[in-house]
Design a protein around this ligand. Structure first.
Ligand code: CAA
Length: 287
């Protein structure tokens, strides 16, 4: 059943996170309009959604008819103006880059009607700062989904300095309608999950850098020793090493504390373009 208040959900960015958010909302009966700059990115997004839905059908968690309905609820395009003209909420899930996001929100503020709530799926950037690019900071909130979005239950909800209580409560209820659990986090670098997860991943990279153990053994030790579903280095590849590095940089700069310094090996891998699973090479090879 779709949320009684929201009908049209906009998503900016058809990458891993954007397509996952779009999929979950479409599965719950919302009309979802997805924007990206290039048709190629939209095609990739649609292919990822189809693959994930087929996986859920195969596991008998979804019927073929429900899969088709979800696909019909999705509209993909490159024109913000037409896609978001009647959107109730727009969730931005573009690359983790402050200037890019500020530019996107400046534009969204202009093309979206007054009623539209603007959200960012940023994993670490200040919500207060992003809201400042708009003329509606009271209708602006952080909504941080976890990857893979269809599987992970958590959404972090982050109020900026000017987010209204009403906006936050409406998004909390929307997240619950998506079948997610909304945990409130303060608007500090990394919020809750990345404040704790990224230093662990960074420490695993230091362990590898210093020759403490092999990548396989570091991951094996953490899986078997702490019951995590995947080891920290495999998880870094899954998230994307560029994303991990940019979150560490936000923590390092935001807290001005050397305990958050990114490991030189993480920087080197990103410089080499070894960004993890998405390019089939990170701490592991995925050929
Ligand atoms: N779509 C649909 N179903 C999916 C899926 C997807 N994208 N990915 C996995 N699944 C399903 C599988 O079909 C499978 O279903 P069953 O349980 O019914 O068999 C189930 O999820 C488990 O998948 P697999 O058997 O293929 O593999 P797995 O058991 O190794 O699980 C995983 C994969 C769910 C990714 C698991 O390894 C995991 O939970 N890893 C940790 C993920 C994590 O920590 N995410 C948070 C990252 S941090 C973040 O996102 C925030 C940030 O800002 C960086």
């Amino acid at each position: 059943m779709a949320h009684e208040e929201f009908k049209i959900i906009g998503v900016v960015g058809a990458g891993q996170m954007g397509s996952g958010i779009a999929q979950v909302a479409a599965m719950k009966g919302f009309q979802v309009h997805v924007l990206d700059v290039a048709q190629g990115s939209l095609d990739k997004g649609l292919a990822a959604v189809e693959k994930s839905l087929s996986r859920l059908v195969k596991k008998e968690k979804l019927s073929e008819a429900e899969k088709m309905k979800a696909l019909q609820n999705l509209k993909w395009g490159t024109e913000a103006q037409s896609l978001f003209a009647d959107a109730d909420v727009v969730i931005e899930a573009a690359t983790e880059n402050l200037n890019l996001k500020l530019e996107i929100f400046k534009n969204l503020d202009q093309v979206c009607p007054e009623k539209t709530i603007l959200c960012s799926n940023t994993s670490s950037i200040s919500i207060t700062k992003l809201a400042s690019a708009t003329s509606r900071p009271e209708k602006f909130c952080g909504m941080h989904f976890m990857n893979p979005v269809p599987i992970m239950k958590l959404v972090e909800g982050i109020s900026g300095l000017q987010t209204s209580k009403e906006t936050f409560e409406r998004l909390k209820s929307f997240a619950e309608n998506l079948g997610k659990v909304f945990v409130e986090a303060q608007d500090q670098p990394g919020f809750v999950v990345n404040r704790i997860l990224m230093p662990m991943i960074n420490e695993a990279v230091f362990a590898l850098y210093e020759g403490l153990a092999s990548a396989e053994d570091i991951d094996k030790a953490m899986i078997l020793g702490t019951n995590q579903p995947m080891g920290p280095l495999a998880l870094a590849d899954f998230i994307g090493l560029d994303t991990c590095l940019s979150i560490m940089e936000v923590l390092h700069e935001g807290f001005a504390d050397s305990k958050y310094r990114p490991c030189p090996l993480l920087k080197k891998y990103v410089e080499a373009g070894w960004l993890g699973r998405k390019v089939k090479k990170g701490f592991y090879s995925y050929e």
